[in-house]
Write a protein that binds this ligand. Structure first.
Ligand code: PLP
Length: 342
């Protein structure tokens, strides 16, 4: 059972959060003389600090209670806030399974928290049993799981994730940045069952709003409350909120784009299989494919010289390159360039 008082930092437990003008008066139709705003203009008012319209849309579409939703300035903000809520600098630790998303390490470093990176198995899965002995360390506060995993592209076994959730008295963040490209349901269905589960999603990938910076966290209300207490009062700008609302109001368009990207993913996978310089292709549940080549640095340099920029991951997985799935024209250009190298 999760005991929040034993894992939340003392200064956060005793924090008196900033109370904004918009916290204290919530009506809309009034003469606003409370926030020292300029009365003229169209972006002159502070935005809704709790992004209610956006949350209602997410709640409707994902069939989840809006009180279980937090909106961040990108999911990177959610990750940083979780460090600040749960981890005492120079004392606490977090755990992840690598190779994985690089921001967990950077965010840990910024917050002076040690990140333990346990290697994934040969099949890039989690081995929960191997970490069970560390889970009882009281200084271990969080586990980061990227699902589907960046850069390997796969989803980990559900039984391994459940074993971690059930045996850990800290929080588990499931980062679902790529869930819309996978054939798995979101773990946000499971937050009622697991009080220590936090699921985060983003508008940056499938939803096509990387420039807007909007991330979502789903969790039980006690954790959502902590995130609200610690966030900057107006963390998501009016422009960002509007962009995200517009996206969800046109969700059919997003779904069509996702379907096309998944078609292009199969197309790229099939074409890569025919090339002799490709040694191994990792099956992907995301909008990228990780492939092993004979010499990643050379392939990377030759592609970039032709104006095609993949992500060279050879420093973390030998000779591996990650290709984002672009438009059909972009995928075709990539294949043609690779054929010339073959
Ligand atoms: C791209 C990505 C994100 C997105 O972060 P934002 O701050 O929402 O843009 C989060 N997690 C993973 C694993 C990613 O690859």
């Amino acid at each position: 059972m999760l005991n929040l008082t034993s894992i939340v930092r003392k200064n956060i437990q005793s924090l008196v959060p900033y109370s904004s003008a918009r916290d204290e008066f919530k009506g809309t139709d009034a003469i606003f003389l409370d926030a020292n705003e300029n009365p003229f203009g169209s972006l002159n008012r502070y935005p809704d600090p709790y992004q209610r319209t956006l949350k209602e849309l997410i709640a409707d579409q994902q069939n989840i209670d809006s009180s279980s939703i937090f909106i961040g300035n990108g999911s990177d903000e959610v990750i940083d806030l979780l460090f600040r809520i749960f981890c005492e600098p120079n004392q606490d630790k977090v755990l992840t399974f690598g190779p994985t998303y690089g921001m967990y390490q950077v965010s840990a470093d910024i917050n002076a928290v040690e990140l333990i990176e346990v290697p994934l198995t040969e099949q890039f899965d989690i081995d929960a049993t191997s970490v069970l002995p560390i889970l009882s360390d009281p200084s271990l506060k969080m586990i980061f799981i990227c699902y589907p995993n960046n850069p390997t592209g796969n989803c980990f076994s559900e039984t391994e994730i459940i074993q971690l959730l059930e045996n850990f008295n800290g929080v588990v963040l499931l980062d679902e940045a790529y869930i819309d490209f996978s054939d798995k349901p979101s773990w946000n269905r499971q937050i009622a069952k697991f009080p220590n589960l936090i699921v985060c999603q983003t508008f940056s990938k499938a939803k096509g709003l990387a420039a807007a910076r909007v991330g979502i966290a789903f969790a039980q209300q006690a954790i959502i409350q902590l995130l609200n207490n610690v966030k900057p009062p107006y963390n998501v700008s009016q422009l960002n909120q509007e962009a995200a609302i517009q996206c969800l109001e046109n969700i059919d368009k997003v779904n069509q784009e996702i379907a096309l990207i998944k078609d292009n993913r199969s197309f790229l996978q099939n074409q890569l299989e025919k090339l002799s310089i490709i040694k191994r292709i990792y099956p992907s549940q995301a909008n990228f494919i990780l492939a092993e080549v004979t010499d990643a640095d050379s392939v990377y340099n030759q592609l970039t010289r032709q104006g095609i920029i993949p992500r060279n991951r050879s420093k973390i997985i030998p000779n591996c390159i990650r290709f984002t799935i672009g438009t059909t024209d972009e995928v075709t250009a990539l294949i043609n360039a690779l054929k010339q190298l073959s």
